[in-house]
Design a binder for this molecule. Structure first.
Ligand code: SF4
Ligand code: SF4
Length: 452
């Protein structure tokens, strides 16, 4: 990887936070964000609320608190990064950016100090596996083998008695099995609808999506093709860097952003100038939020700033692209379905209705509204592994609400939420399947005979 162009080694350790002073001072301490904050809801501690965390950041920026303070690290670590506080903030405080800057500052100052073995392993894999497609494909190949064997381990309850943590981790992995495998049906590969014309759209395949949710990526291309888009493959694309940005490793996130901008360069240059259509489709909310913010991530990079902003303007969630069109109707699916909004779709991207619009076009579905659908499920990237106790409390509340809907399918649009909800349903013995929006639409199209 080339050296980071924005952060020279001479950069002061907490300059990132000092640079955010304007955003920090934007907080008027009104407290309207407190009821929206899941961690505050769990523990009722001001320091685990958005306002409290901003106060701690301000103390660092003003030199009243050390960046190496364990108190600061504890409360910043416990934040989900769900950005629900941004949606309700009347002052428009961009909390997500503040959080990333705080985490970057803490990471640069503390490194791995104080991290447990699991956190160190996660940090190592983010730096030494995720940026390298060849290493990543080996890891995901091993995980795909492992998930096919998890069924036996999860069938008996003995694992739960021995290790609740192991049981939860295997449940996360098992939840990534494609719907077609679980139902014993084949994966449709050929589209009978005409696909040679229409708006060219490149699917951003992502790392976890391509590694563990390959079938959903293929379904994304199929449903776009059925709805007047021409899917175009873009090679050389890499992990979007969202997990890195979330963990404060902005240096790696920027490097991955540059590589993706280079990978999509030829495709974007071929688009008509000034075209109003988004042409990069993303089906993972966490990735989509960062792709749409590449412009901000690289705004100080003289070589990439303009291209990064142009790249971001071309990105849209697949549900946004579909909802903007006359969505073709497939066959009826008679299921009770509810929708849980991924935080990075609802709060970070402000895509609040497109998934429901897509679901409304599937005949036969009985939609059940989920109370607090915009509240975090506790997955939050790798938060469920790094903060298992807080995550489990938030997940229990979510699963109770899912159960109250009586839905047989809970639909979402992000791999982390998908895995968290499916593991939660299993552990809480709620008979409910988890699916991506496009998987359900794809199933309706498959039943209608749109595919061979
Ligand atoms: S809602 Fe916004 S302005 Fe009010 S306390 Fe929270 S972050 Fe500050
Ligand atoms: S991002 Fe989520 S968990 Fe963090 S302070 Fe905001 S609402 Fe609370």
């Amino acid at each position: 990887m080339t050296p980071d162009r924005q952060n020279s080694p001479a950069t002061a350790l907490h300059s990132a936070l000092e640079g955010e002073m304007e955003k920090i001072l934007g907080c008027i301490h009104c407290g309207l964000c407190l009821p929206a904050c899941p961690t505050y809801g769990q523990v009722g501690n001001e320091n685990d609320s958005p306002r409290g965390r901003i106060y701690l950041m301000r103390a660092v920026a003003e030199g009243r608190l050390g960046i190496d303070s364990p108190t600061l690290a504890r409360h910043i670590d416990l934040c989900l990064g769900c950005r629900a506080c941004e949606t309700v903030c009347p002052a428009g405080v961009r909390y997500g950016h503040l959080l990333e800057s705080a985490r970057e500052s803490i990471l640069e100052e503390n490194g791995n100090r104080g991290a447990d073995l699991q956190q160190k392993m996660l940090g190592l894999s983010l730096r030494h596996i995720f940026p390298y497609p060849a290493r990543l494909s080996i890891v995901f190949a091993l995980l795909r083998v492992a998930r096919r064997m998890t069924g036996l381990l999860l069938k008996g309850r003995w694992l739960r008695r021995i290790s609740a943590k192991g049981d939860f981790a295997l449940s996360l992995l098992a939840s990534t099995l494609p719907v077609s495998w679980r139902r014993g049906s084949g994966e449709p590969t050929v589209i009978s609808a005409a696909v040679s014309s229409g708006t060219p759209v490149a699917v951003f395949t992502g790392c976890v999506m391509e590694g563990l949710f390959t079938a959903t990526n293929r379904a994304t291309s199929r449903v776009l093709a059925v709805n007047g888009c021409r899917p175009v493959e873009v090679s050389q694309q890499v992990c979007c860097g969202a997990l890195h940005a979330h963990a404060g490793d902005l240096r790696t996130a920027r490097e991955l952003a540059r590589r993706n901008i280079d990978a999509f360069d030829n495709f974007l240059r071929a688009q008509p100038a000034g075209s109003p259509h988004p042409v990069i489709a993303i089906n993972a909310a966490g990735c989509g939020a960062l792709l749409k913010e590449y412009g901000e991530l690289l705004h100080d990079d003289p070589e990439y700033a303009t291209r990064a902003a142009a790249f971001s303007r071309h990105v849209a969630d697949v549900t946004e692209i579909l909802a903007d069109r006359e969505i073709r109707r497939g066959a009826e699916i008679h299921q009770k379905v509810t929708f849980d909004a991924p935080c990075h779709l609802y709060h970070a991207q402000r895509v609040m209705t497109a998934p429901q619009k897509v679901l409304a076009t599937i005949p036969g579905l009985e939609y059940r509204q989920l109370e607090g659908m915009q509240d975090c499920c506790g997955g939050a990237g790798i938060y469920n592994l790094s903060q298992p106790q807080m995550s489990a409390g938030i997940l229990s509340e979510k699963i109770e609400k899912v159960k109250a809907t009586g839905a047989t399918i809970v639909v979402t649009a992000n791999p982390g939420c998908h895995m968290q909800l499916a593991a939660g349903a299993r552990l809480h013995e709620v008979d409910c399947e988890v699916m991506h929006v496009v998987d359900l639409l794809d199933e309706s199209y498959r039943k209608a005979g749109f595919y061979r």
